[in-house]
Design a protein. Structure first.
Lengths: 323, 309
C-alpha cells in the first residue's frame, strides 16, 4: 500500500497517461455510473443547480410575494411545500435560495481552486523560497478554524466594501449596485475562496512534487519545453483527478458555509433569498410549524449528502488501482 | 525529537503574530465606530472624543497594534466595548470553560459510539449491518446542524417531552444531552469509517493469525491484538476534529442558548466588540496549533515506530 499510485489516487502511472488521454474519462464515467447513489446525487445536484439558475422561469411564485391570508399552510396542490409566516411560497423561496447557493458555491470554489492550483503548482514546481513562502502562508491560514475566519472576514470587510462601492458606483456607471445586495454575494464567495485555497494548494503541490521527476516530465524539459508548457501540459492534467474530488467536496462545503453565514446574518441579506436566512427566520418554528424549518434544512442536508456521494464515487472511479 | 518539538513550539508565536496582525488589520479598517456602539448614535462629540482618547482609538495603526501585542503578552486584552469596564479575559474565562465541557461531551460521545460501530462494521464486512452503519453515519455526517438540532427538538422535546429545549446547566445536567449529541454526529462518521478501515487492516495481519493459531480466546485476540492497534489512527482524527468542534460551537451554542465561546463570538461580531473578537480568535488559533502539536507528539508515545527528526 505504499507505492505512489495508492498515495495519490487517480494519477496515471508514468507511461500510461499520454496514450490513454481521453479514455481515462470514459473509464472513470463507466465506473462512476456503477454507484447508484452517486448518480442519484449527481442528478439531484444538477436539478437543484438548474432550478436555481433558471429560478425566474421555474419558480411558481415570486419569492417575495406575501399573502397573509394563506400564511403557515401545510403542503397543498397550490403550494407544494406550503407557505411561511408571511404566506410566501416555500418552494419558490427554496428555488431562489438554490440560485444563491449555486452562484456562491460555484464562484467560491472556482476562485479557491484557481488560487490553490496556481499557488500549489508554483510551490511544488519551483521549490526554494517560493515554496517556503506559499506553504508557510498556507500553514498560517490553517491555524484558523476555517469557519471562524470566514465569519470574521465577512463581518469586518463587508460594510467597508459596500461603502467603498457606494462612493464610486456613479463613476463606474453602476448606480444602485451597493444597495442591490449583489455585493453580499461578492463578499461571501470572496471570503470563502480566500479560506479555501490552502487545502487545494497543498494537494496540488504534493501532486506536482510526485510528478515532476517522472520520466515524461524530465523528457519534456530535456526537449526544451518552457516552465509554463511543462506545468500546463504535463503536470496539471496529471494532477487533476484528486483536484476534481476536492472540488466536489468543496462545493458541498461552500453551500453549507453560505448557509451558515446567511444564517448568522452576515451573508446574503433579506430580501435576497438564501436557505440560511430561511432557516434563521423559521428557527423558532420547530414547535408549531416544523416543516418551515425542515424544508430548507433538509435541502441543505440533501445537497451536502449528494456532493459527498459524488466525491466518494469519483475518488474510487479515478483511482487507477480500481476494485 | 526534542528538536522537533522546539521547532514546532517556535512556530507557535509566528502563527499567533500573523493571526493577530490579520485580525487586527481587518478590525482596524472595518467601519462601525466602537464609540458609537458604546455611547449610542446621538452623542456629544466632545464626550465621544474623550472616550476615543481614553481608549487610545485616535492613535496611528502601528502604535495601536504594537501596544495590543505587548499587552496581550501579559495576558491583557483590554476591556470589552460592550460590557464597559470588564476585562475581556474575565468575560471569556467562564465561556471557555462552558465550551470546553460541551466539546468534551461531544467528543467523548462521538468516540464512544464511533469505535464500537467501526469495529462491528469491520467484523461484519460486506453484510447488511456493515452497509447500514457506514451509510447511516455518512448521512449523519452530511446533514447540517441546522437540521439535526431541530429534529432532535421535535422528537425529544415536542413529541416525547423527555428533554428541555434550551439552556445550560453544566456537564451533569440533562440540558447538555441534545447539544452534545448534535456536536458528536458530524465526527461520528469520520471516526466510524477510520475505525472500520483500520480494524480491517489489522484483522488480517500475521500476528493476529498467530494469536488465533496459538489458541487465544477470540475476546483476547480482539481486545489485545486487533482493537489496540486499530485505535492508533484515531489519534489523528482527534486533532482534526477540533476544528469541527469550533464550528459547532458557533451554531449550536447560538441555537440552544448556551453561554459559551461560540455564542459569545457571534454576539461580539454583531456589536463590533473588537477586543472580544480579537481575544477569541487568538485563543482559538492558539489552542488549535497547540492541540495539533500535542497530537503529533502524542503519536510518538503511542506508536514507537514514528520518529520525527
Amino acid at each position: 500500500m505504499t507505492d505512489r499510485a495508492a498515495l495519490s489516487p487517480g494519477v496515471p502511472v508514468a507511461g500510461e497517461a499520454p496514450v490513454k488521454g481521453r479514455s481515462l474519462w470514459r473509464v472513470t464515467w463507466s465506473r462512476f455510473r456503477r454507484r447508484k447513489v452517486a448518480v442519484a446525487g449527481l442528478v439531484f445536484i444538477l436539478v437543484v443547480y438548474a432550478a436555481g439558475i433558471f429560478a425566474p422561469w421555474v419558480a411558481p411564485y415570486d419569492y417575495r410575494a406575501q399573502n397573509l391570508d394563506k400564511a403557515r399552510q401545510p403542503p397543498s396542490w397550490e403550494h407544494p411545500l406550503g407557505t411561511d409566516e408571511l404566506g410566501r411560497d416555500i418552494l419558490s423561496r427554496l428555488i431562489w435560495g438554490a440560485r444563491t447557493a449555486a452562484v456562491v458555491s460555484i464562484l467560491a470554489v472556482s476562485l479557491g481552486t484557481l488560487y490553490g492550483v496556481v499557488l500549489g503548482a508554483l510551490s511544488g514546481y519551483l521549490g526554494g523560497w517560493v515554496d517556503s513562502l506559499i506553504m508557510r502562508l498556507a500553514d498560517i491560514l490553517f491555524a484558523f478554524p476555517g469557519m471562524l475566519f470566514v465569519i470574521f472576514i465577512a463581518a469586518t470587510i463587508k460594510p467597508g466594501f459596500v461603502g467603498f462601492v457606494a462612493q464610486h458606483e456613479a463613476a463606474l456607471g453602476l448606480e444602485g449596485l451597493a444597495r442591490s445586495g449583489y455585493l453580499d454575494y461578492v463578499v461571501v464567495f470572496g471570503a470563502l475562496s480566500f479560506v479555501g485555497w490552502p487545502g487545494m494548494a497543498r494537494l496540488v503541490r504534493g501532486q506536482v512534487l510526485s510528478l515532476k521527476n517522472q520520466e515524461f516530465v524530465v523528457a519534456a524539459q530535456a526537449l526544451g519545453a518552457s516552465t509554463w508548457q511543462v506545468v500546463r501540459r504535463h503536470l496539471l492534467p496529471n494532477a487533476l483527478p484528486p483536484v476534481l474530488v476536492a472540488v466536489s467536496m468543496g462545493l458541498g462545503h461552500a453551500v453549507t458555509a453560505e448557509v451558515v453565514l446567511s444564517w448568522l446574518g452576515i451573508g446574503v441579506q433579506p430580501p435576497n433569498p438564501s436557505w440560511g436566512t430561511m432557516i434563521w427566520e423559521n428557527r423558532m418554528q420547530w414547535r408549531i410549524n416544523p416543516h418551515l424549518l425542515l424544508m430548507p434544512a433538509a435541502t441543505v442536508g440533501l445537497v451536502n449528502l449528494s456532493f459527498q456521494f459524488i466525491g466518494d464515487a469519483l475518488n474510487d472511479a479515478l483511482n487507477p488501482r480500481g476494485r | 525529537m526534542t528538536r522537533y518539538i522546539i521547532r514546532r513550539l517556535l512556530w507557535l508565536p509566528v502563527v499567533l503574530l500573523a493571526v493577530s496582525f490579520i485580525t487586527f488589520t481587518l478590525g482596524y479598517y472595518a467601519p462601525g465606530d466602537p464609540v458609537e456602539v458604546m455611547l449610542g448614535q446621538r452623542v456629544n462629540p466632545a464626550a465621544a472624543e474623550r472616550l476615543r482618547e481614553e481608549l487610545g482609538l485616535n492613535r496611528p495603526f502601528l502604535e495601536r497594534y504594537i501596544d495590543f501585542v505587548l499587552r496581550a503578552l501579559s495576558g491583557d486584552f483590554g476591556e470589552s466595548y460592550k460590557y464597559r469596564g470588564q476585562p475581556v479575559t474575565d468575560l471569556i474565562a467562564d465561556k471557555v470553560w462552558v465550551s470546553v465541557q460541551l466539546g468534551l461531551a461531544g467528543l467523548t460521545l462521538a468516540f464512544a459510539m464511533g469505535i464500537p460501530l467501526g469495529i462491528l462494521a469491520a467484523l461484519k464486512q460486506g453484510s447488511w449491518l456493515d452497509d447500514l452503519i457506514v451509510g447511516t453515519t455518512l448521512v449523519l455526517n452530511s446533514i447540517p446542524v441546522f437540521f439535526t438540532l431541530p429534529m432532535l427538538l421535535l422528537i425529544f422535546v415536542r413529541t416525547l417531552h423527555w428533554l428541555p429545549s434550551s439552556g445550560w446547566g453544566g456537564l451533569f445536567d440533562s440540558r447538555i444531552i441534545i447539544p452534545a449529541v448534535v456536536m458528536a454526529l458530524p465526527g461520528l462518521a469520520v471516526i466510524t469509517r477510520q475505525m472500520r478501515a483500520s480494524t480491517l487492516d489489522v484483522l488480517y495481519q500475521d500476528y493476529v493469525r498467530v494469536a488465533r493459531a496459538k489458541g487465544l480466546p477470540e475476546s483476547t485476540v480482539m481486545v489485545r491484538h486487533v482493537v489496540r492497534n486499530a485505535l492508533l489512527p484515531l489519534w489523528t482524527i482527534l486533532g482534526l476534529s477540533l476544528g469541527g468542534l469550533v464550528e459547532g460551537f458557533f451554531v449550536i451554542e447560538t441555537l440552544y442558548g448556551i453561554p459559551g465561546i461560540g455564542a459569545m463570538a457571534v454576539d461580539s461580531m454583531f456589536t463590533r466588540d473588537y477586543p472580544m473578537i480579537m481575544a477569541i480568535t487568538l485563543l482559538v488559533a492558539a489552542s488549535f496549533v497547540l492541540a495539533n502539536l500535542l497530537v503529533d507528539i502524542g503519536y510518538t508515545f503511542l506508536d514507537p515506530r514514528i520518529r520525527y527528526d
